[in-house]
Design a binder for this molecule. Structure first.
Ligand SMILES: Cc1ncc(COP(=O)(O)O)c(C=O)c1O
Length: 407
């Protein structure tokens, strides 16, 4: 264990790492490591001789040696590059890192495996969290493995698949006639009334560390020369914040072969874009977005407590923030699934739209290596993305002309 302390992201105040911590002034904490000690204890080649999963990075993770790891086998996810998507967008070097193959079908398993391992280690018996969908399912599955009771609050229009998975993994789940921030308020009450530990995004320090493994894997998969641009669908921002932390730690360890860091792009829908608005206005803290609406449920987050951490990462990386046309997300989802053969979620589709925009604006250059995350399996959204199949009536003559015309 190489953790030295926890540190307030807001004002740098230090907290001990050997007890359960939450936030400071309602803002997140960083986990800090003795990177010099890590560099002399292991080499990156040592790590690569281990099984290809998130636990191969254990020196860079917060889990104490004696802790029971709560895992569902979080394997390294694949990188896909398809000629047909590249042709469609008119850009070579587009990779998709497909997180849909992780346990519970989304990247949320990375953060939940870590957070629930740590919660169990510190003796937590009950957790509560709000969810836009995928976090609820992942928390439910990992909590069950840790014998922790799990209470989930989700907006009432959350995709049916997310509702189903959350209860099928054994959590108690409730639909709320509001958005994720209303669910968060209920979690705040559950904390007091039912003695639940608050596992909301960034309200405990360890989900970021789990998400950090996306960045660690990327570095290794790109032979330690990171991609030039990373497009990330940004809701609460743990993924973007975690990845940027991973890159900085790898740089400090001296493991990267190139000093060029990726330009990080936070992608949102114009139906909910608080981070994009703050970025455009040069603000470090985002104003809550009113009347948030998007079918990319994971990024329907009107206010994020890690807003300044996301915005700092965009600035430090010379990145940007893009709001795409909500009306186009359906089309990009179907197009990208077709062109990649992957089950693309609408959040990822928004990133494909952002790539088109940034390319047209020449913000992305012809030789930039671009990486997009497919953060969840598109199959979970079958009741969200509109596809309508023509029908055949077996009591009538089949119209082969129509069928042929569809080819
Ligand atoms: C599929 C999907 N993509 C992206 C996000 C946003 O993730 P983050 O909280 O890391 O910004 C979520 C969060 O719920 C999600 O479910």
């Amino acid at each position: 264990m190489f953790v030295t302390e926890l540190e307030s992201a807001l004002d740098g105040r230090k907290f001990p790492a050997d007890e359960l911590q939450t936030t400071h002034k309602d803002r997140p904490l960083w986990v800090r490591y003795d990177l010099e000690k890590i560099a002399s204890a292991v080499t990156k080649d040592d790590l690569l001789n281990r099984p290809a999963d998130i636990w191969r990075w254990r020196e860079l993770l917060p889990v104490p040696k004696n802790a029971r790891i709560i895992t569902l086998n979080e394997r390294t996810t694949r990188l896909i590059k398809t000629e047909s998507l590249q042709k469609q967008i008119g850009h070579k070097n587009i990779w998709i890192k497909d997180e849909s193959t992780l346990p519970t079908g989304s990247f949320k398993s990375r953060g939940m495996s870590m957070a629930i391992t740590m919660a169990a280690h510190f003796g937590v018996k009950r957790i509560a969290l709000p969810t836009a969908g995928n976090a609820g399912g992942a928390a439910a599955a990992y909590a069950q493995q840790a014998d922790i009771k799990c209470l989930v609050f989700m907006p009432e229009d959350t995709p049916a698949a997310n509702q189903y998975e959350t209860i099928s993994y054994g959590a108690s789940a409730f639909l709320v006639n509001g958005l994720i921030d209303d669910c968060s308020k209920i979690v705040g009450l559950a904390k007091e009334k039912l003695n639940c530990f608050d596992l909301s995004t960034l309200k405990e320090p360890y989900r970021i560390e789990g998400k950090k493994t996306m960045g660690l894997e990327l570095a290794q998969q790109f032979d330690w020369k990171l991609p030039d641009v990373i497009l990330y669908p940004t809701g609460g921002g743990t993924g973007l914040i975690g990845m940027w932390k991973a890159f900085k730690e790898l740089r400090e360890l001296g493991w990267l072969k190139s000093d060029i860091m990726p330009r990080m792009v936070a992608v949102q829908s114009d139906g909910c874009c608080p981070i994009v608005n703050a970025f455009k206005n040069g603000e470090r803290f985002a104003k809550p977005f009113q009347n948030a609406k998007t079918i990319a449920w994971g990024i329907r987050v009107p206010a994020a407590i890690g807003d300044f951490m996301i915005l700092d990462a965009l600035k430090e990386s010379n990145g940007t923030a893009v709001a795409v046309d909500e009306e186009m997300i359906d089309d990009w989802t179907v197009m990208t699934s077709e062109k990649t053969g992957l089950s693309i979620c609408p959040e990822t589709a928004a990133c494909v739209g952002a790539l088109e925009n940034l390319k047209n604006q020449n913000w992305i250059h012809a030789d930039d290596r671009v990486l997009i995350f497919n953060t969840a399996s598109g199959q979970k959204y079958k009741d969200t993305v509109k596809v309508e199949l023509p029908k055949i009536n077996i009591n009538k003559e089949i119209n082969w002309e129509i069928i042929e015309a569809s080819l």
